[in-house]
Structure formats: structure tokens, C-alpha cells
Design a protein around this ligand. Structure first.
Ligand SMILES: [Zn+2]
Length: 501
């Protein structure tokens, strides 16, 4: 461990005192009842670290949690002295982050002699409120257990948003009671590798609630995404009447961008959206709903009499404007349900006449230009540029043996991604909510491959989103990384171990 205790992300400040805290077993967390849930979660997370549970009672050493209202909402202060660990926080979120830093230290200090920690005072708080990770569960259907494993690992790194990509051309994973065929038909696609000839699945309402609760206990907010009006082959296969041509359609077993999209001239798509948004509002407590909006091809709309009629009636000039018109409609439907829309940066295109509602947020993926433009227009922004390491489905390194596709996202790029770079004005900086890493799963057809693609890029990105700019140093990060890798190994997470940049 180096003088920063090899914590990742690097805390705002760490002062070591030279002495040590020693305990044959994990110290018992206790203290303020406001932090009862966090203490329970921490115990659950660390049971595997305490194989001699009986000894816990004999050992007098404690982790004492104390409320300190002077601290920021996600901040914590951790004092490690030879007798005890004292953790101060203003809120359960701050207490949770502090406990996760303790968990990191415990994961990397399990020896024959028990737990040995350097005494220190750590002061810590995040740079950005939105520290996100997106998992595409449409192109590959990940099991509930795997999703929980990843959410737990995110929270170890103080990542607090899990963006759950639930629908796409290759599979619809969200049960909507009024539209049962979305899951009956839309969740299954041809798969020649499968003995049954098809593969897929969907998450039941109970499973979704279970994941939401599990994430909440780890202070991770789940932002669901239902991608509309493009990337909807799975919807059209189930309800062909919602397309411009009427089909036939199929749940796509190929990857790419398809010209089949929802027919903008058909009012039925808004009935569907109402039912989908009702379901999301019911199942997900987050104030945000991600509406996708990316990669819509316009040739079907250009040729469709119903779409042409819509363009005329709404006083629009082109199919491109039709997309803004739909986006605005979706955003209003969400706000009627107390939710705020966030979408990929395409939702900003051709929106001069049909301006996005002011509170809608933009997720910038095609570089950071979309995000910069959005912030100039006063929208909130999450930066997730594919050009700066945020696409975890790209190769880790320029090597044909590496899994991944399209381009390269190195650990170094992830580390240096700065959501609020110098190109922003003072007024625009507060509009930058933070940043996010995305794992699209076209080629990631197993949880283990997903882990390999996620780590250690996520560790680097976590530091880019948490640590103050002045505290960032890539060389220092690489010196802490070997200790941190042991922690990831301890959690059974597969990692890429090649060149970092
Ligand atoms: Zn149409």
C-alpha cells in the first residue's frame, strides 16, 4: 500500500500517522441508528472476510459511525487510530462511501495475522454527482445475479448510477402489462448457437424490484432506458402495426443500425409509450428516465404517408424535425409522471423549432460536442464520450487478440476523461452532472467477458468522476492499481491485465 492506502478512487486527502491498527478479525461496525442500513449492508459484504466470526465478539475493536452534519451530502471523514475506526458522515450516502473505503482496505489487508491498517485521517467527497455505468442487457441478456454483482462492484468504487439499457432491436427485457407481446415475442431472437434455436429472456417485475432494492441498499440509483423511436425491431416484431410498412418484422439477430423504426404518424406509438412510462414510473424510483433517441434512420418516415401527414399537420419541415417533435412529446409524458427525460445527444439535433424541455438532460456519446452544445443551451449533461475511453465495448488496447470492437478505449483515456474540461464557461460547469462508462454487449456474450471489459477501466473512470482534478495523477493511479487488483480478485472479478495506454 502506498501512502494513499492505495484507495481507488483516490480520496480528497489522506494523512497517515505512521502507526497501525491491528485486529485478528474484522472490527464490528456500530453507531448512529441513522446508518443502520449501511451497517447491515457492510456486514453482508464483509462476511467472507470474517471466517472466524466467533472471534468478533472477543475482539473489542470497533468501527464507530457518527453523524456530523457539517459534512457534505456524500462526504465522509475516516479516522483510523490504533484502537478504532471512526467514521463521520452527514448522510447515509456519505456513511456508505466511507464504509466502502474501509471495505477496500479490508479486502487488501487479509493476512494470516488478521487485519492491519495504517493509521490515517481521510477526508473525502465527490467531484460530480452523476458517476455512472451503463450495461446493455438487450444485446445480451445478463442474469439477475450478475447484475447484482456488478452493482455491488460499482458501489465499491463510489459509482452511484446504474443506467440499465433494457430494450433494443435484439431484445425487449421490460414486462409491460398492457402489451404482453413485448416480452412474449420481443424478448426472444434467433440464435444458432442455442440448441433451442433462439435465446433471450426478460426481467420479471419482482426481479426488477429486487434489483432496485439491492442497488438502493448500496446507494446506487437505477436509471432505466427504453430506447425509442429507433432501435425498436423487438417492438415491431411484437406489434407490427406500429411500423410504417406493417412488416413483416423480426427481433434482430444481426447487429447494426436498422431502418425499421416506430411510425411517427401512428398515434398507437404514444399509447405504447404511455404504458411503458407508467410501468417505469411504477418500478423505478429514480427521477430520471432514459429515452434513448439515438441512431434513428429517416427513410421509412420519408416514404410513409402517415408520417408525411404528421409532418404537415404539426407544421414541421422534415423527418428530422419529426424526431424532435416526438422527443418533446415523450419528455412531456414523463414530466406528467414526475420524471425527467435524459437521452443520447441525437435528441438535440434539429431541435431549434421544437426545443427540448429545459429540464431534459443530454448524454453526450459521440465525443463531447453534443454535451457542450447542450450546456450552452442550458441543459444538464452527462459526458460519456466514445472518443475518450467511455466505451467499454471497445478494445482495451490496439491488439487483434483483444476482445472488443470498433475502436480502442485505454485505461489511460478513461483516467483522463474530464466531464468539465476547460472549454466550459463558469456558468456551464454546474450543468455538467458528471460522466459515465458504457458497455454495449453485441460481442459480450458472457458475464465473465463483461467483467474483463469493465475492469480496470471502471476503476480509472471512477477516479475521473470522484477525485478533484488537482488530485489526479495517472502514475500515482498505476502505483495503487496492483493493490486494488487484489481486491477485485477477492471479489471474483475478471480483469484485463495488459498495457494501460
Ligand atoms: Zn410512418
Amino acid at each position: 500500500m502506498n501512502e494513499n492506502l492505495s484507495l481507488i478512487p483516490r480520496p480528497v486527502s489522506v494523512k497517515t500517522t505512521g502507526s497501525f491498527f491491528r485486529s485478528p478479525v474484522l472490527p464490528v461496525p456500530e453507531g448512529d441508528t441513522a446508518f443502520r442500513n449501511e451497517i447491515e449492508t457492510f456486514k453482508e459484504q464483509t462476511t467472507s472476510c470474517t471466517n472466524r466470526r466467533d472471534a468478533q465478539a472477543e475482539n473489542g475493536k470497533k468501527i464507530t459511525l457518527v453523524t456530523d452534519k457539517s459534512l457534505g451530502v456524500e462526504a465522509y471523514v475516516l479516522e483510523i487510530n490504533p484502537q478504532a475506526l471512526i467514521l463521520k458522515a452527514a448522510s447515509p450516502a456519505g456513511a456508505y462511501h466511507g464504509l466502502q473505503s474501509i471495505r477496500e482496505l479490508v479486502l487488501s489487508s487479509r493476512g494470516e495475522t488478521g487485519i492491519v491498517l495504517p493509521c490515517a485521517e481521510i477526508v473525502d467527497y465527490p467531484r460530480f454527482p452523476w458517476r455512472g455505468f451503463m450495461l446493455d442487457c438487450s444485446r445480451y441478456f445478463y442474469r439477475v445475479e450478475f447484475i447484482k454483482k456488478i452493482i455491488d462492484a460499482l458501489s465499491l468504487h463510489h459509482i452511484n448510477v446504474f443506467h440499465w439499457h433494457l430494450t433494443d432491436d435484439q431484445g425487449w427485457r421490460l414486462p409491460v402489462q398492457k402489451y404482453p407481446l413485448l416480452t412474449e415475442i420481443g424478448s426472444r431472437r434467433l440464435d444458432y448457437r442455442s440448441k433451442a434455436g433462439y435465446s433471450g429472456g426478460f426481467y420479471s417485475r419482482e426481479e426488477i424490484r429486487g434489483i432496485v432494492d439491492y442497488a438502493a441498499s448500496r446507494h446506487v440509483e437505477i436509471v432505466p432506458e427504453v430506447d425509442l423511436p429507433g432501435h425498436t425491431s423487438s417492438v415491431l416484431a411484437a406489434y407490427p402495426g406500429l411500423g410504417c410498412t406493417g412488416g413483416p418484422y423480426r427481433v434482430e439477430d444481426r447487429f447494426g443500425i436498422f431502418e425499421e423504426v416506430l411510425c411517427a404518424g401512428n398515434d398507437g406509438i404514444f399509447d405504447l409509450a404511455e404504458a411503458v412510462f407508467d410501468t417505469l414510473a411504477e418500478l423505478f424510483p429514480s427521477p430520471w428516465v432514459h429515452i434513448g433517441g439515438d441512431e434513428v434512420r429517416f427513410n421509412r418516415w420519408d416514404a410513409c404517408p402517415k408520417c408525411k401527414q404528421r409532418i404537415e399537420e404539426a407544421g414541421l419541415t422534415s423527418s428530422r424535425e419529426l424526431q424532435s417533435w416526438i422527443t418533446v412529446k415523450f419528455a412531456r409524458m414523463l414530466s406528467e409522471r414526475g420524471k425527467t427525460a435524459i437521452g443520447w445527444d441525437e435528441i438535440l439535433e434539429d431541435s431549434e423549432r421544437y426545443r427540448l424541455p429545459e429540464d431534459a438532460a443530454v448524454m453526450s456519446w459521440r465525443g463531447r460536442e453534443g454535451g457542450l452544445r447542450a450546456s450552452r443551451l442550458g441543459h444538464r449533461v452527462v459526458m460519456s464520450p466514445n472518443t475518450e475511453g467511455c466505451y467499454f465495448d471497445y478494445r482495451h488496447y490496439k491488439d487483434p487478440e483483444e476482445p472488443g470492437r470498433l475502436q480502442v478505449s485505454t485505461v489511460y483515456q478513461c483516467y483522463n476523461m474530464d466531464p468539465a474540461g476547460p472549454e466550459l464557461t463558469e456558468d456551464e460547469v454546474p450543468l455538467i452532472l458528471g460522466g459515465q462508462g458504457n458497455l454495449w454487449s453485441e460481442l459480450i456474450y458472457a458475464g465473465k467477458i463483461a467483467e474483463y471489459m469493465i475492469f480496470p477501466r471502471l476503476c480509472a473512470l471512477a477516479e475521473a468522476l470522484w477525485t478533484p482534478r488537482a488530485g489526479k495523477n495517472f502514475t500515482d493511479f498505476t502505483e495503487r492499481l496492483p493493490v486494488h487488483r487484489e481486491r477485485l480478485d477477492g471479489l471474483g472479478l475478471l480483469q484485463y491485465r495488459g498495457p494501460l495506454g
